[in-house]
Write a protein that binds this ligand. Structure first.
Ligand code: CMX
Length: 134
């Protein structure tokens, strides 16, 4: 069902200030920044091999990522696995009694279709399934 680790999401207060660390000191390949309106976040991608680091900066106080940082501070927020067919993957998880946050995919960065599994069903690790955009 899963094809690779697509990305690791990191909650970040200010992408512009964090970029030099990832891009210039760790020499990750910076792939650009975009805003995901539906999720109220600005997202920067840094490529490492077949996976990437996704820096998440809230664009509003009521962004889920802002709420996360109020509770936990900046740091690792979620892990995202790539899937070829997110509808089938979600259906399979539902059939196995896995608790989902999103029973229907929604729009993520790069035109991907994404859905989150509830941390209660994934050992406290917020887990995203991600069907890359074509
Ligand atoms: N890690 C672990 N647990 C988390 C968590 C995280 N990052 N974020 C929330 N939770 C926990 C909460 O503490 C809460 O637990 P309790 O029920 O024990 O209190 C539970 O999950 C539900 O959280 P909530 O905020 O009450 O529920 P919502 O349905 O409002 O939102 C969630 C849940 C996880 C979808 C939302 O908080 C979130 O983080 N959305 C994703 C934002 C994001 O990363 N967007 C970028 C996507 C871009 C892309 O990848 O393409």
């Amino acid at each position: 069902m899963l094809t690779k680790i697509d990305h690791i999401g990191i909650a970040d207060k200010n992408i512009e200030e964090s970029l030099p660390y990832y891009r210039d000191q760790l020499h990750m390949q910076y792939m650009g920044t975009e805003e995901v309106l539906e999720q109220k976040v600005k997202v920067a991608f840094l490529q490492i091999g077949e996976s990437s680091i996704e820096l998440l900066e809230p664009t509003s106080e009521n962004s889920p990522v802002a709420k996360f940082m109020l509770k936990n501070g900046p740091g690792i927020h979620h892990i995202a696995y790539a899937v070829e067919d997110i509808d089938r993957a979600l259906q399979s998880l539902v059939e196995q009694g896995v608790r989902l946050i999103d029973t229907q995919p929604r729009k993520g960065a790069h035109g991907a279709r994404i859905a989150f599994i509830h941390p209660k069903s994934s050992g406290g690790v917020l887990t995203e399934l991600c069907q890359p955009g074509s």
